[in-house]
Design a protein around this ligand. Structure first.
Ligand code: 13P
Ligand code: SF4
Length: 390
């Protein structure tokens, strides 16, 4: 599953640099906030691609077995549990499953970490996931394989800029995506993930609230279309999902009429309009399980294929096209920051915790915890969630 595509860094880079040019129709709605689009630094992104490719490169079998044994022993010794996102490399997801940890979406990762008895949470994902774990479990140690694992949605939404813009709209409920920093969450009324954003915004609309939304503009505009809520949208985007292309997807559908299309809502509106099902990572996985279709075209990070193929070995899973048409790899859709989670740096993090530990200032943590708790109470009020692994 390693990124093998030499054009991926450049493609992601050019997409980021021209990020505000996306879908013209959607842009008209989004420019209401009139915020200068904060760009991801080009050199930083290129470095992330190099680091991600290195960390997730397949290891020689013998080394992988050795690392697996060592990490398993370290987890036990340190009273630690491994919590991995669906987009992390296969070897990391496998290890989380084998050691009684969890492979999940960002919401379930947060719940699992909060409720688990382990004293140390080893979070394989991107930084906001580690921060959320720390915010919910301040007395636990939270470690990550790489503290450089970021997210363009977090980078697109600096706290000072967010605070300034939010203060201009005090009458609106500030609803922020989980893919933001702890400092942004501390300024928000609600935190949401892609698995509960629709329900939470619909609930707020029912209460007569208008929304100040950050940071993914495509998820925001999708929710706006679905709920009809009055939303001001921050112009951030995911460098992976914004690259999915409707034209290529149409052509791939023609070649695979038997396939259903599953789309993560961080994708552009014209891609979402072609979906049979739109949802968060875990919702896409569950939609495929429920469906009787023999094949699926999936518009999200391909790390999810590990769990999809494990659960449905007889079904065909195809990556939705990005710049190419699906036949050739012109862009591999891998998230460079998720790829930074490997077995070598996971072992190093567990061995020398201090160097890879997540810290959140208490004054920020307390305020961020209130908006995350609101989301957790809303989401888990009716049903007890269960992690897909463990
Ligand atoms: P989920 O909340 O669906 O896990 O998504 C997180 C993410 O980073 C999507 O790109
Ligand atoms: Fe962020 Fe996109 Fe990577 Fe998800 S896939 S962590 S939204 S950059």
């Amino acid at each position: 599953m390693r990124c093998q595509c030499p054009s991926a860094p450049l493609r992601a880079l050019s997409s980021t640099l021209s990020g505000a040019e996306g879908c013209a129709a959607a842009e008209r709605i989004m420019n209401l906030l009139n915020i200068q689009f904060p760009q991801v630094d080009a050199a930083r992104l290129a470095q992330a691609h190099r680091d991600g490719a290195e960390a997730s490169a397949p290891l020689p079998t013998e080394e992988q077995a050795l690392l697996t044994a060592e990490i398993t022993a370290l987890l036990r010794e340190k009273n630690a549990v491994l919590i991995a996102h669906y987009y992390t490399p296969e070897a990391v997801q496998e290890l989380a499953e084998q050691t009684g940890g969890c492979v999940a979406d960002s919401l379930e990762m947060a719940r699992f970490g909060r409720d688990h008895a382990a004293q140390t949470l080893a979070v394989a994902g991107v930084r906001f996931m580690g921060e959320t774990a720390k915010i919910l479990s301040p007395d636990k140690q939270v470690l990550m394989p790489s503290l450089q694992a970021e997210c363009s949605l977090d980078l697109n939404c600096p706290a000072e800029l967010f605070r300034e813009a939010r203060q201009q709209h005090p009458e609106r409920a500030a609803v922020v995506y989980a893919n933001t920093s702890a400092a942004v969450k501390a300024e928000a009324d609600w935190v949401v993930t892609s698995s509960n954003a629709l329900k939470i915004v619909a609930h707020l609309k029912q209460e007569g609230r208008k929304i100040f939304w950050a940071s993914d503009r495509f998820l925001g505009s999708y929710i706006q279309r679905e709920t009809g809520a009055d939303m001001l949208l921050w112009p951030g985007s995911c460098i992976v999902h914004e690259q999915f292309k409707a034209d290529g997807l149409r052509r791939l559908k023609e070649r695979h009429p038997e396939a259903e299309v599953l789309v993560h809502p961080e994708s552009p509106p014209d891609v979402i309009s072609l979906a049979d099902y739109v949802g968060s990572t875990s919702n896409l996985l569950n939609a495929a399980k429920r469906s009787t279709a023999p094949a699926f075209i999936v518009a999200t990070e391909p790390g999810i294929f590990y769990k999809m193929r494990q659960a449905m070995p007889d079904k065909l899973f195809l990556s939705a096209p990005q710049a190419g048409e699906g036949a050739a790899c012109e862009s591999c859709a891998r998230c460079p920051w998720m790829a930074m989670n490997g077995l070598r740096n996971l072992r190093a993090a567990l061995k020398d915790g201090a160097a890879n530990e997540i810290h959140v200032a208490e004054s920020v943590r307390v305020r961020a915890a209130a908006s995350i708790k609101r989301m957790m109470d809303f989401s888990f009020a009716a049903t007890a969630a269960t992690c897909t692994a463990a």
